[in-house]
Design a protein around this ligand. Structure first.
Ligand SMILES: [Zn+2]
Length: 348
């Protein structure tokens, strides 16, 4: 009579090809086990934390040939094909890789997706559609998608992936089951990297510069140039916090990136600035305080000495304000300029 044993969270986690996100994995595993599947999910969280990986893992769990409590098994034909991203019942749309110019998901992309969802599954019980960059649906594309979300075919599961929930039409958001995802603890990222053969020292570097964004860390693990670039970015932000001209130049570059639709990159740089200000604030009160950006301790100590309590608090507040302004679409260049001018006031 013990055939209904519920797998432990650890058992579920170890079966899903996902690093971290334990609560969401446990939730989705249970949904599979009990057959409580929604027609639309929205995975919300910063880029680079494994959202797409999780979406494919869920697709595996939906299509896997094993009994529900053993899904995804990881070695049946369906699991294998989903993992290789060639399963005929799984489609994905995203902004074209590497083409910054493509700012929006087009109506044609959504039409194609709708056409594929209109067909019965070829092999499994479900047709799964994964929509990356869902906050970048064009107006028409969102309208077209809405029709699917309003009357989904019984076998359709749509997984939207988005960073910025505010930028999504309420009509779409409200029809999705929203699951929030966060960056992973750095120790977990380090551990995962070391398990994949990355040296401990490099794993520490990667976990630090990516701030718990595991997918980004795995990408950079094989890309020396990109890792160096990230470290340079930290140095660039510190320079901007310390020197008025560097600050304005930096603000202009960010505004230009924003104008080109690289909103996530701009917000990422600002979040980095928030972390650095916060570190400096800690150092004002205790020069030996543990800080996030240990690699920049000397520069941050200098910043802390120069700005003092009020200066660092003001810098932090201005940066948070710029982030908030961008979220409500205040003119980007203005918001960034105001922040930059506050950053480097030279202890005045
Ligand atoms: Zn399987």
């Amino acid at each position: 009579m013990n055939d209904q044993r519920i797998p432990t969270r650890f058992e579920m986690q170890s079966r899903w090809p996902v690093i971290g996100h334990e609560r969401v994995v446990a939730y989705l595993a249970r949904a599979i086990q009990y057959g409580h599947i929604h027609h639309a999910y929205l995975f919300a969280g910063p880029a680079g934390i494994g959202r797409t990986t999780l979406a494919y893992a869920f697709a595996q769990a939906l299509l896997c040939e094993a009994v529900p409590e053993a899904r995804p098994c990881g070695h049946c034909r369906a699991c294998d094909r989903v993992a290789r991203r060639v399963h005929p019942d799984v489609t994905r749309v995203s902004l074209e890789q590497g083409r910054e110019a493509a700012k929006l998901l087009s109506i044609d992309q959504v039409r194609e997706l709708r056409a594929s969802l209109a067909l019965r599954p070829l092999e499994g019980a479900w047709r799964v559609a994964i929509i990356d960059d869902a906050e970048r649906l064009s107006h028409d594309a969102a309208d077209a998608l809405l029709k699917t979300l309003e009357e989904p075919p019984p076998y359709a599961v749509v997984i939207l992936i988005a960073e910025d929930l505010q930028a999504m039409p309420e009509t779409i958001r409200s029809r999705c089951h929203v699951l929030g995802l966060s960056p992973l603890p750095r120790t977990l990222v380090q551990q995962a990297l070391q398990e994949r053969g990355v040296t401990p020292e490099r794993a520490v570097r990667l976990a630090r510069v990516t701030r718990g964004r595991i997918a980004e860390a795995l990408r950079l693990a094989n890309d020396d140039a990109a890792l160096t670039h990230r470290e340079k970015q930290v140095a660039e932000v510190i320079a901007a916090l310390s020197e008025p001209l560097a600050a304005l130049g930096f603000a202009r570059r960010l505004a230009e990136q924003y104008r080109r639709g690289r909103r996530a990159a701009v917000e990422d740089a600002l979040r980095l600035a928030v972390e650095l200000w916060r570190d400096a604030l800690w150092l004002v009160t205790d020069p030996n305080a543990p800080i996030v950006h240990e690699e920049a301790r000397a520069a941050l100590q200098q910043l802390a000495r120069r700005e003092g309590l009020w200066g660092t608090a003001r810098g932090l507040r201005a940066t948070l304000q710029a982030l908030a302004d961008l979220e409500v679409n205040v003119q980007a260049r203005l918001a960034l300029d105001v922040a930059a001018m506050t950053w480097a006031q030279g202890g005045s």
